[in-house]
Design a binder for this molecule. Sequence first.
Ligand SMILES: Nc1ncnc2c1ncn2[C@@H]1O[C@H](COP(=O)(O)OP(=O)(O)O)[C@@H](O)[C@H]1O
Ligand SMILES: [Mg+2]
Length: 337
Amino acid sequence: MSLNDVALARLIIENVRSHGIIGLAPDGHITAWAAGAEAITGYSREDALGMNIADLFTPADQAAGMPQAEVQTALREGRAEDSRWHQRKDGSLFWGNGVTVDLGAGGLLAKIFRDETPAKHAEEQRVLLLNELNHRVKNTLATVQSIAEQGLRAAGVEKSVREGLSNRLIALSQAHNVLVTENWAGADLRTLICEVLAPYERDPSPIRMEGPPVRLHPSQAVSVSLACHELATNAAKYGALSTPDGRVAVDWNLAHNGEGQRFLTLLWRESGGPAVVPPTREGFGARLIRQTFAAEHGGRAHIQFPPEGAHCSLLLALMDEEPAEPGQPADPAPVPA
Ligand SMILES: Nc1ncnc2c1ncn2[C@@H]1O[C@H](COP(=O)(O)OP(=O)(O)O)[C@@H](O)[C@H]1O
Ligand SMILES: [Mg+2]
């Protein structure tokens, strides 16, 4: 570095307010202190020169040897990432996110960090609210189930109807569980279907599933989950899952309409069960599937009853589009007419 470079570097370091920049000796003693570090921590340069970096750590992290570990890692590996609560001069905490780097000059180190306290608080608040919401939804579903069961029982409604309602609420709850596990970022289609079909699994499995990875928006996850629940209970009552030799194939794929909108097509096909007699009028389950999908953006459901086994095709415009990456394995086909 020329003298000019050094002067420029010094000028930058002195004037950066968004980051704290601290010079450290190998034992953690503070040897340099820029204005940004003062703005974040409240320690002036006079305070800081003479302190150890450990003084910025919380008592718990000091006791756990974190400051020393960070310096050692930086000396050994050239850099140590650091993202944790630190302590200001007035005792309050700030979330410091940064890195300690070995400057390669006889063990001199620099710790460069940013105060990300507001973002950390927002994230903590988000997690808190999410946990509370998950808890509430679960409780609400359980309460609805209990109110419905008691009310219907008191009204003398027969057991099969009560169970039908109860099982649909359980299907809702299962979809919710998958969403909770994935932090409401959406639900993986295969996981969702597996969850719904788990009670019908046996060895060897009567169910075959095939399709590319698909993430569903939370509201669509609930629709797909409910539809699969209706199809599975019907298959177990009247169709392929009511006999030992019956089979169910669930195949799905992605398609597009030429305007960048992606669609999910899902085909439920039963075979090997009792000969199917087409129903003369639409039952509750079929109506639920049809109406649920008609209400979805770009949604459509179609159930058929050929003698060899019931078929159901579901179509759904996927929400929350991510830009398709070139060369993706599942290059979607055009939407079937
Ligand atoms: N997988 C299936 N295999 C054979 N028949 C079926 C199947 N699913 C439905 N059905 C016929 O369609 C009718 C309507 O089903 P659904 O709409 O779910 O109403 P519900 O189950 O209350 O009877 C059933 O009563 C049955 O006759
Ligand atoms: Mg049914």
